[in-house]
Design a protein around this ligand. Sequence first.
Ligand code: UDH
Length: 287
Amino acid sequence: KTPDVSMETTATSEPLDPCPDTPPSLVGPLLVEFETKRSLELVRKQVGSLLQQGGRYRPPNCTARQKVAVIVPFRNRSQHLNHWLYYLHPVLMRQQLDYGVYVINQDGDGAFNRAKLMNIGFNESLKEYDYDCFAFSDVDLVPIDDRNLYRCSDHPRHLSVAIDKFNYILSSKTAFGGVSLLTQQQFLKVNGFSNTFWGWGGEDDDLYNRIIHRGMSITRPDAQIAKYKMIKHGRDLHNEVNPENAVKTQKTAENIDTDGLNSLNFTVKEIMKDVLYTLISVDVRSP
Ligand code: UDH
């Protein structure tokens, strides 16, 4: 029998115990407001001290239950991002996640493609670390209760259940936009998002259809806990409602095998590491 050399060279400290199922430092309802001006510099000082470069964190005293890549589709919303970072980092830390924040910035001013940015975030974050869970989150949604865990489960999970803008009422039983989580396996099973939803609308419904088509269902936390505040904003330039998208959601079954992670094409223009996040600027090849 050959001696286990790797043990001698790498094992310097005892492995940590798994983190408890219920994180002990959660506080429940949170005060969230977007009136305060928050510069990136200020947010770095306020919440950056426990983070590793690139917006990475892992709990110091236990082994996190999941490795979560938080993917944020982005263009020209820096004020929103500052608020989001200010509120999300402390929540994710209290939830004892081993996580990284990836802001996927669409370069140029072509038609916006939220879904394609999500697929790119999935691909690019996996190049850095063996994430097992992917939290896809709009930049303007901030949870107002930290018991809403950014953790994956047996089925794809929809977290943004009750949003202030919609009087805390879920718009539909099939809603899957805003903040949603899938394990690596679940995301691969549905071939990711479609890449062909340009402009606003439909890509979240198409993902929901993919999930059902592949024999899964979705889960949601209790609406009393899964509450969010949305940062107020108007419609962005180059992200107008695209009526073709609604039509396309009728054709998920036809497209799922050929349109998604297996047909993803893009060019990375720049990767920038801030202490609060990893910014990946990409050319999504808008039509
Ligand atoms: N996003 C950007 N930049 C853009 C467009 C979208 O960062 O130019 C991202 C951002 O993460 C945003 C997400 O894509 O949260 C979803 O886009 P959205 O916020 O435009 O979608 P939502 O449904 O709003 O929240 C639609 C426009 C509502 C206008 C209402 C005016 N009263």
